[in-house]
Design a protein around this ligand. Structure first.
Ligand code: DTR
Length: 339
């Protein structure tokens, strides 16, 4: 840490210069990294960001300082990919489902593959990325990946049977919007960050996501009916600007690489535990109603969504991806981690 007037001016100039380029600022803590996240600070993508920050600062002995920017204060949901590519942030959180067609391989995790937890899906997603090193991420360093917990339907009006979904405007994104469509609903695709306003204004009558948002975004107040589908998850990637990555010393690179799988596992476990806490909180505070559809309806949901898997395989083949092999690898991981 430099002292004195000249050093102070130099530090300010360096900091300003760092905003125009992607090379981490060697300033104060030696290395300072900016980390952009789109949803509010109390949501799980930001909770895991703060844990990663603390671990990196601890494991580098303070050599690296991570400046976190939750709630779209640096980059929003739709401009994180470009923003990290251009160096507006060193690191960013991307929900793959917000970018249809951009992630032909890892979007497999948006399909109804039968994962029952974020813990198993997150590890399976990281294993898939590690094995295939998909070219869809070739412009970035991927620091970790994880998923939401399985998705369910949270609504202002009760959805007790499949027919209740007909024409109902429900928020989702990516392939999960197509799942809703296959069930007769009217999907309205948008990032999670846009969902509170859409619910308030009545643009949507509910949302299709994991239950922890009932607490983290207080959706339990407006969506008192929770229909359990426990289907597809939403995959996420934490990406880093490649110039920022290459500028890091080897010892810091090792700390970040060692955190890859560990952070996926930590986030998955946190997510599953937090879903349970959030449901208990929502039942206590808002007396939400948990709804299970009939076995026949659940069977119909499975049958109606199967064609989406074939659609994904066709799109994957168009990109030179052996979809059947990817699905087989993901299923093997699901069996392994869901034991
Ligand atoms: N609904 C998905 C994933 C997701 C689940 N919980 C949160 C919290 C904050 C942001 C996203 C999510 C999505 O919109 O990406």
């Amino acid at each position: 840490m430099r002292t004195g007037r000249f050093a102070g001016i130099l530090a300010v100039l360096m900091f300003c210069a760092s905003l125009m380029c992607s090379v981490p600022v060697v300033f104060g803590a030696e290395i300072s990294l900016s980390y952009a996240n789109f949803p509010p600070a109390k949501t799980f993508p930001c909770i895991q960001m703060e844990r990663w920050k603390n671990e990196v600062e601890k494991r580098t002995g303070g050599k690296v300082q991570v400046q976190t920017y939750p709630g779209s204060t640096l980059l929003g949901a739709k401009n994180t990919l470009r923003g990290v590519m251009q160096g507006q942030a060193d690191i960013g959180c991307v929900s793959l489902a917000y970018h249809p067609g951009v992630f032909p391989l890892c979007s497999v995790f948006e399909l109804p593959l039968g994962f029952t937890s974020s813990a198993s899906a997150s590890l399976a997603l990281w294993d898939l990325y590690t094995k295939y090193q998909p070219k869809e991420f070739r412009k970035f360093k991927v620091l970790t990946m994880f998923t939401s917990a399985p998705s369910n339907i949270m609504t202002k009006v009760p959805v007790r049977k499949l027919g209740d979904l007909k024409g109902l405007e429900v928020r989702a994104s990516g392939i999960l919007s197509k799942i809703l469509e296959s069930l007769g609903a009217t999907p309205v695709s948008m990032p999670m960050s846009a969902t509170p306003e859409a619910l308030q204004k009545g643009v949507v009558k509910g949302l299709f996501s994991s239950f922890e948002v009932l607490k983290d975004l207080n959706f339990a107040e407006i969506c008192r009916y929770e229909t359990e589908t426990n289907t597809a998850v939403y995959p996420f990637a934490i990406i880093m600007n490649m110039r920022s990555w290459k500028a890091l010393p080897d010892d810091v690179k090792k700390v970040l690489d060692d955190l890859g799988r560990e952070q996926a596992e930590w986030t998955g476990k946190y997510m599953d535990e937090h879903v349970n806490r959030s449901l208990a909180w929502a039942k206590e505070k808002y007396a939400i109603e948990m709804i299970k559809m009939s076995d026949a309806d659940m069977k119909a949901i499975k049958e109606n969504t199967l064609p989406l898997i074939e659609d994904w395989k066709k799109k994957a083949a168009d990109k030179g991806i052996d979809g059947a092999k990817v699905l087989s690898d993901v299923e093997a991981s699901r069996v392994k981690y869901e034991k």
